[in-house]
Design a protein around this ligand. Sequence first.
Ligand code: AHM
Ligand code: MG
Length: 332
Amino acid sequence: MSPVTLSRFLIEEQRKKNVIGSDLRLLIEVVARACKSIASAIGKGGLTGVLGSAGSDNIQGEAQKKLDVISNEILLEANEWGGHLAAMASEEMEHPHPIPNRYPKGEFLLLFDPLDGSSNIDVNVSVGTIFSVLRCPDGMEPGEQAFLQPGTRQVCAGYAVYGPTTLLVLTLGDGVNIFTLDRELGSFVLTQENVRIPEDTREFAINASNARHWEAPVKRYIDELLAGKDGPRGHDFNMRWVASMVADVHRIISRGGIFLYPLDSKTAAKGGKLRLMYEANPMAFIIEQAGGRATDGRGRILDIVPAGLHQRVPVILGSRNEVERATAYHIA
Ligand code: AHM
Ligand code: MG
């Protein structure tokens, strides 16, 4: 059988389920095309002078890399003119980006972290793009307020991971599918359907250098894993930390695991490290759609009613039984 490209997949899904109207299909195809451009810019690296710092800070007060700025521009320019969006919001911009008046407007709101894990770019380690799609509520101006919807309202979410291969991982609320970029064809091709995360795992991901800042439930949970077969869990656990959320989540999508960026005394004043609207929510949607769980240590991430576009949250996600255990330690 000939390869199922992303376009063909979207058209056939629409025929079967009638949930992907032409505007949503255009949106997904445009985001995928932007991800191809980002993959290409990243792939050239030092050849085109795109590595290194941009010499500016974003709204989060974090130093921007040149490729953060370039990836943000690629996504904005690709999505402005198609008529499918009401507005866009990005980790790299304080306020939502309105669609210029010269273009038609659509019903969707697009949020993205254009280049997640960008501290890894200069050392040639995987980075990615994360995105989330909401509907602009009827009769509402597409300003910040329109974006502040819980993650359960996401119409679609996905991420691209720029690693040894470029992958696009997508959910439309009916399972998770993975597409691999065929660089010769220039197309994303369906390579894994209806991915499921194992319920149990012996692999965890956390930035252990923050251990002294953790709250008691996280310390207890990790101490038990580290105690291995001599401890209460009765077997050894392995640890991985890429420091690109996309890469760490993709490992979990591929073979299970638990990822924690918990609240700690360093990030407590800000509410956590990772951003709710364009990091935690899309990843939580994907993880749940693959049979995993995602909480902030207390409740389901997707149920959080956001108070701000750049709100931060603690994140615990991955294999169902481990996430439930780590969350239960917080509630006990
Ligand atoms: P970014 O969006 O500015 O790249 O920050 C988010 C990243 C995540 O990809 C990753 O999980 C985390 O920050 C890494 O944090 P740390 O530097 O503590 O390892
Ligand atoms: Mg990020």
